[in-house]
Design a protein around this ligand. Structure first.
Ligand code: FES
Length: 307
């Protein structure tokens, strides 16, 4: 007897008895209602084909997409403005995360942030959570579950250009991990304050805390990524059947726990990266004074250049 034959499968229509694999096709589970996993262009649930906003829901379904539109809009505008400024991104041993790693080739005419921001931007733009958020908030496609959506002619999921580019997420994730190491170097550097007399002092400033807080949140965001979870173990049915199964199970378990909070990390890290840039920017512009606590001296450098 097929061990799966008594398993129940949940569908949008409720729980139904399993069918043999050969029959578990795209055919409707119940006459008139489709199973999950319908191909592009098939029945897509209540709301599709209805006027934008039409729904039987009585809760405040609009509140979340509205909050997402405001949050993403404001933070996106700030990040774009800061990236194109091209100045006030450094203050002593602090470097804005929008400009790290810092490349300033002489032939590049505009802000150096543009040279590197495409990688973290691509990572966020193709993130599974952000896709859901901005599809709902900006495209109304759909604005929420079981709510009438903007009719997009020829929409076929993420199978064609440009949405097929969303599949690059895993590759952006590799780049994001590399950049994360550089951001941690920036954090370490932010603890070392060079004095004019050549002494480099260990210190904890407001900027140190802002960079530390931000990089911690960016790490949590990156290591809670769905693609990373799939990479470390999501595609396996049996950990004990593969090489290094034990460590992979542990890694997968940790990433799975983090993954449960991915949405929160996505938002908090977006706030923190803007805040860290703003803090460095305001210090550099002389708008705020950076308080630093110096517990001890680190070492001496002839020019007092620090790390
Ligand atoms: Fe959000 Fe990968 S799914 S960062």
């Amino acid at each position: 007897m097929n061990p799966h034959s008594e398993r129940s499968w949940a569908s949008g229509a409720g729980t139904v008895a399993a069918r043999p694999d050969s029959a578990r096709s795209l055919a409707p589970v119940t006459p008139g209602l489709p199973s999950t996993g319908v191909p592009p262009g098939s029945y897509r649930g209540r709301g599709y084909g209805e006027r934008l906003g039409t729904t039987e829901r009585e809760d405040a379904w609009w509140a979340q997409p509205l909050a997402q539109a405001i949050g993403l809009g404001l933070l996106g505008l700030y990040a774009t403005w800061a990236a194109f400024q091209g100045n006030h991104y450094e203050y002593g041993n602090y470097l804005s995360p929008f400009y790290s790693p810092l490349f300033k080739p002489s032939w590049w005419p505009i802000s150096p942030a543009i040279l590197i921001l495409w990688a973290p931007l691509g990572f966020r733009a193709t993130c599974y959570y952000y896709r859901k958020a901005y599809y709902r908030a900006f495209f109304g496609d759909p604005a929420a579950c079981a709510v009438g959506e903007i009719k997009s002619k020829g929409y076929c999921g993420e199978l064609k250009f440009p949405l097929v580019l969303q599949n690059l997420h895993r590759y952006f994730m590799y780049l994001a991990v590399v950049i994360l190491f550089i951001l941690w170097y920036d954090v370490i550097r932010s603890f070392a304050f060079a004095r004019p007399n050549g002494i480099v002092r260990f210190g904890i400033g407001g900027g140190t805390l802002a960079l530390l807080f931000n990089t911690t949140l960016l790490s949590l965001y990156t290591f809670s990524c769905h693609s990373l979870r799939h990479l470390v173990g999501g595609k396996l049915d049996c950990f004990s059947c593969v090489a290094a199964g034990g460590p992979r199970l542990k890694a997968w378990s940790v990433v799975s726990i983090l993954n449960g909070h991915h949405m929160g990390f996505a938002w908090w890290s977006l706030f923190s990266v803007c805040f860290a840039d703003l803090y460095v920017r305001l210090c550099s512009m002389g708008v705020i004074h950076d308080p630093v606590f110096y517990p001890f001296d680190l070492f001496y450098t002839a020019g007092g250049t620090g790390l």
